[in-house]
Design a protein around this ligand. Sequence first.
Ligand code: WTA
Length: 635
Amino acid sequence: MSNYHIKNLEEYFQVHRKSVRNPELFWEEIAEEHFLWRKRWDKVLTWDFKKPEVKWFEGAKLNITENCIDRHLRIRGDKTAILFEPNDPKETAQHISYRQLYERVNQLANVLKEQGIKKGDRVCIYLPMIPELAISTLACARIGAIHSVVFAGFSAMALSTRVNDSDCKMVITSDGSYRGTKTIDLKGIVDDALKECPGVETVLVVKRIHSEIEMKNGRDKWLQPLLDKAATECEPEIMDAEDPLFILYTSGSTGMPKGMVHTTAGYMVYTAYTFKNVFQYRENDIFWCTADIGWITGHSYIVYGPLANGATSVMFEGVPNYPDWGRFWEIVAKHKVTQFYTAPTAIRALAKEKLDCVERHDLSSLKVLGSVGEPINEEAWHWYNDNIGKKKSPIVDTWWQTETGGIMISPIPYITPTKPTYATFPLPGIQLTLMDEHGEEITGNQVDGRLCIKFPWPSMARTIWGNHKRYKETYFSTYENQYFTGDGALRDEVGYYRITGRVDDVIIVSGHNLGTAPIEDSINEHPAVAESAIVGFPHDIKGNALYGYVILKETGESRVHDNLRKEINQIITEHIGPIAKLDKIQFTSGLPKTRSGKIMRRILRKIACNETDNLGDTSTLLNPEVVQEIMDNAL
Ligand code: WTA
């Protein structure tokens, strides 16, 4: 029985049982089989969820880029590592071989060193989906610098907050980016952001759109001339297993975004293992994950997981509707993609278009389809299964989080029978629990509760950068000795899990996690706004859209509401980015509050969702009369 390429459901159960009975042995076998270690670990696992502290493969020494690149050179030097598909289909795709990747990563690593970056320094990467993005992450890892990729759709303010939170010394960006027919002035955004970031000494700029940009003397440097002078060999920095590999920010329900810290060995072992298992990866497959590397899905399943397996990973710069809604399928056909991994929001958008967009392309290369980021609704699941998979390619509905580092719940394709909207079974090594509101574990099947994980896994985030207390409070304080995911889930009669959605104030819009508090904070900065509250409501493409209730200040000034709505969305765009814009804004004289002054979001949510038949008990409210007003004026 192998931990990989499980042959049937019985074997899955056996492997899972083994991983629960003796987790150390299970992960040790995987770590031994597949990786290049400079020194073996002394201890597989140390853990204590009370502190919380988790360490995997303590004492081991390695460099993840040796595992993702160097190790493959002898047998796969000429194989394509990164297959870059540009925004414009007329621009030629780039096949970057493992050898070329090795050279480009080492050159950039040498440039970073020359610019004063050392082991442990933080480097912010703010780039579009071009090869330099993947290469920058690997170049940091090569020299032991900690990368912090910020999604290039975030605003200047969101960028500066993230740069400052982790004290980045350097930003790597480009002169601009392409998105369908549009170009975006990324360097301008960086310039704005850095007005607030005194710690940034250097900005390296990739030339992508050849636009005229300003270069700040002494700070900004074009990358290419530096690369041209750099050597193609760079000795890897030998890292400890638990040295940080990267920081990636994710929204919490309150406060600052959380800089989740992932460490080296555990993250590598887990992403490599799950990539191979969940996508049933075989040599010569062409794997395409449509996520942006600005999110965890891109880190784990465009860069580290695929490359650790010596796979070919497709990177797509563009958008699904340029030049038309057939673009994804054109790419699948052109590169003979075997595994295709995307988000429900994309599936819903694609399903709205004419079927001809799909049917004119040959999708016969596909073997496995994946979904991630939010619950997939039944209709989207069937559309994906019928039209893309032609009922032959299983759908792996993969549940996981930025914090988990890798996929936690998923069918194993061709082994686990799929069921629409169910992520099915936990992967080997993963021990799930459902908890009730009193903190008791709910046993048995056909139950629902709050999803927790009771045993560590190698790729769990170890802390929040600079705030271990918040890490403990957010994930380990709700239930004793459990990691709390923030999601609700149900377990059906055979033990399959279905994720029902967030149980906190995080709303997932088009697959992006948005905390309500930071959006409310930015709205409240508008001079005319006194207070606001945000809730989610169902949207047929985005999954959820945002509904804002806004109380205006009594200024006596009569402003046109539509203008105010635009201004409010403008402020949100400046503070966070266009992804957090509100679809509906209702002005109101008050918000329903408890006697302790907390906004009763439950009521606002029901009104936004048009479910006003059963508002529940409103008698305990401080101001029950406001509920009727809000209902009468609902949008
Ligand atoms: C949600 C993305 C249902 C969930 C990898 C989780 C899902 C949050 C699924 C994490 C799924 C992710 N079914 N819900 N298959 N996958 N989610 O950090 O609420 O961007 O907590 O990580 O997305 O989002 P994140």
